[in-house]
Design a protein around this ligand. Structure first.
Ligand code: HEC
Length: 281
């Protein structure tokens, strides 16, 4: 079945003169490549080690500029995510300060964060963030992995939608490609404004975020190579969890529903045979 469809797709692509099915980004010349993700497919699940590494990259690098307003410290210890122990999450929270209106003094006071607190944002508000970033606003990361995608040419986008092929990892592919898509210099004849970098993947190619990752920048303690490419994959996986913390649950439920429907179909067929058995037809 898979083979037939693939052949059919290949024939169609050929017939339409579209050449090799390169995954061209909207930006034109650059390509976003499909990565292999542990959480893709019907039985997908997050790789805990990868989520923990991705969190480290997020915390040490991205969180200096990006907020993640939907993330609470307690989420980091919940099933289906990086699954730090509750003690680890508490210890982590205590390293951050949050502001709270004191009901004793009536003043806004700082206190160490607790499990129930949200991840503190690096800037007080969007205006302050833009001021610090030379005019560009670092988007909140909570659902960014779901808010970005890239165009897959015909017929790939149709195949992506078929059950069994269903591909939903466009956002994370895009983020990995974006983080790896920086060029030191813009192509000849192109100019950048102050604070802009050239990025092959960013639509329009001009991005207000300087290249955030370099080899060796974040310490990995589990033997995983500490390269910019690996950081990009790990932080993208973490952002996928951030955007869809119940992904594992959803996929498990989907599988149970399919089994249930298969059993129900069998029972209904047996019932139909029984009912019609003695009736001439
Ligand atoms: C120095 C501050 C800074 C750091 C550190 C930083 N970013 Fe950004 N990021 C920005 C700004 C500013 C923008 C908005 C860029 C624009 O709109 O041109 C942005 C935009 C983005 C976007 C959206 C691009 C798009 O398609 O619109 C993604 C994804 C992103 N950052 C991911 C990351 C990740 C992952 C990290 C950590 C590895 C990170 N950023 C670290 C400042 C930063």
């Amino acid at each position: 079945m898979k083979l037939k469809l693939a052949l059919f797709a290949a024939a169609l692509t050929g017939a339409m003169g579209m050449g090799a099915p390169a995954l061209a980004a909207d930006a034109g010349h650059a390509e976003v490549h499909k990565q292999s993700w542990s959480f893709a497919g019907a039985f997908g699940h997050y790789d805990r080690g990868q989520l923990q590494r991705g969190f480290k990259v997020f915390r040490e690098v991205c969180a200096n500029c990006h907020s993640a307003n939907l993330l609470a410290f307690r989420n980091l210890a919940e099933p289906g995510g990086p699954q730090f122990s509750e003690a680890q999450a508490k210890e982590l929270a205590a390293q951050y300060k949050v502001k709270e209106l004191s009901d004793k003094t009536g003043d806004v006071e700082e206190r160490p964060a607790r499990l129930s607190d949200r991840w503190p944002a690096p800037f007080a508000n969007d205006i302050k963030a833009r001021e610090a970033m030379g005019g560009s606003l670092p988007p909140d990361m909570s659902v960014l992995a779901k808010a970005r995608t890239y165009h897959r040419p015909f017929p790939l986008f149709l195949i992506d939608a078929l059950p069994g092929f269903s591909y939903q990892e466009h956002g994370v592919d895009y983020i990995v490609a974006l983080l790896n898509g920086y060029k030191d210099e813009p192509p000849a004849g192109q100019k950048l404004d102050a604070g802009q970098s050239w990025n092959d993947i960013m639509p329009g190619n001009r991005i207000g975020m300087a290249k955030p990752l370099a080899d060796g920048q974040v310490d990995y303690t589990d033997g995983t190579p500490a390269t910019a490419d690996q950081y990009a994959k790990d932080v993208a996986a973490f952002m996928m969890w951030l955007a869809e913390p119940k992904l594992e649950d959803r996929k498990r439920t989907g599988f149970r529903v399919v089994i249930f429907l298969a059993v129900l179909a069998g029972l209904l067929y047996a019932t139909k045979r029984r009912i019609w058995a003695k009736i001439p037809h």
